[in-house]
Ligand binder design. Structure first.
Ligand SMILES: NC(=O)c1ccc[n+]([C@@H]2O[C@H](COP(=O)([O-])OP(=O)(O)OC[C@H]3O[C@@H](n4cnc5c(N)ncnc54)[C@H](OP(=O)(O)O)[C@@H]3O)[C@@H](O)[C@H]2O)c1
Length: 332
């Protein structure tokens, strides 16, 4: 079967190939999905560029991709929740999804929302799970004020809709071209970062969802209220997460040094800070399906590429200007 793989760490244009690989074999509790669509995440770019080498090792060449939608074509005898022919979607943990067939553990699959096609379904899992897990970590509740950075991105566009559903008041940032589009997602205050400085507009919020990192992570502490929360997708690893990762003493020391400015801000603002590593979660995937079926969350496709144009899809996402999500059709 065909697969989009990367052959080594480095430049996407040089390292991404279309390969012929073995069809995967079903193991206990797994489902075999015939892939229809997959989506591209900035994570795929980071993987190829070797930015995750320290936390995840790949046996190269390795198949890319985390999101998948498709049809169940086989299953292990222990799997009772899914049947052959079911239309499903998932965010996988290990095997790449940019290929014709994917085996996925039954516990991280959900039935695809009935009111969307495979392309739209594939666009949802990773960003939807991330937004839900980040806002849950931030204990978002009705009436809270939240700043979601990069409202036009994959995570941001989902997070705005989810935060509104939870009854929050939502500030977001985007560029001039996307302001009207992001308003339609439901954000209460859309800040055009090309003509406005969000630091002049946002203050005393309960929570910041930091999707941008670096200066944005530090500056988040300027706009939260005392005792507020900063949940980051890209900032330094927090102390609790570092402890959970069972890292050695020296690595922990390096991480503590890297987050030293954040540590100071946490102390000064009596704040809570956490870096999210999103995880596959079927319960939350079901929640995403329900939110989409009830029209509370809408999917947002920027571009759809063919399988043979997967490299173009990856290069497009690398530019960092995606409005919503980029999808690749594996089987039209
Ligand atoms: N830790 C985790 O578990 C986890 C999970 C998911 C994602 N992530 C990370 O989170 C980040 C966001 O992911 P994503 O999928 O949402 O990315 P994305 O879809 O590629 O984000 C692109 C969007 O970012 C916006 N943007 C870029 N610079 C901006 C700025 N200075 N201010 C406001 N908006 C800006 C762009 O809007 P304009 O074109 O208008 O600038 C574009 O719409 C990535 O680094 C990703 O790797 C981490």
């Amino acid at each position: 079967m065909k697969a989009i793989q990367f052959t080594g760490y480095g430049d996407i244009s040089e390292k991404v190939i279309i390969s012929e690989i073995q069809k995967p074999i079903l193991n206990k509790d797994e489902v075999l999905i015939e892939t229809r669509s997959v989506s591209v995440n900035p994570l795929d770019i980071k993987v190829i560029e070797g930015k995750l080498k320290a936390v995840r090792k790949f046996k190269l060449p390795a198949t890319l991709g985390y999101d998948v939608s498709g049809i169940v074509v086989d299953k292990d005898k222990n799997v009772t929740d899914f049947n052959i022919g079911d239309e499903v979607f998932s965010k996988v943990n290990k095997q790449g999804t940019f290929t014709e067939f994917v085996v996925v553990h039954k516990d991280i699959i959900s039935l695809k929302p009935k009111n969307v096609n495979f392309e739209e379904a594939a666009s949802l899992p990773l960003v939807g799970l991330t937004a839900i897990q980040a806002l849950k970590r931030g204990k978002l509740k009705e009436g809270d004020k939240v700043l979601v950075h990069a409202g036009s991105g994959g995570v941001g566009s989902f997070a705005i809709q989810y935060a509104k559903y939870k009854g929050a008041y939502v500030y977001t940032t985007t560029s001039t071209e996307n302001v009207e589009w992001v308003k339609k997602l439901g954000a209460d205050v859309v800040i055009d970062y090309k003509s406005q400085n969000y630091l002049d507009i946002v203050s005393n919020v309960d929570l910041v969802l930091d999707t941008l990192g670096n200066k944005f992570t530090e500056d988040a502490f300027k706009v939260i209220k005392t005792g507020g929360k900063v949940i980051s997708l890209v900032g330094p690893i927090d102390k609790e997460t570092a402890s959970r990762m069972k890292l050695n003493f020296f690595v922990k020391l390096i991480l503590a040094w890297r987050r030293r400015k954040i540590t100071k801000h946490i102390r000064l603002k009596s704040a809570y800070y956490s870096l999210i590593f999103m995880r596959a979660n079927a319960k939350q995937l079901n929640e995403i399906a329900e939110l989409v079926e009830s029209g509370i969350v809408k999917t947002n496709l920027d571009k759809v590429f063919t399988f043979n144009d997967a490299l173009q899809a990856l290069l497009y996402v690398k530019k960092g200007r995606t409005k919503g999500k980029v999808v690749i059709n594996v089987k039209a």
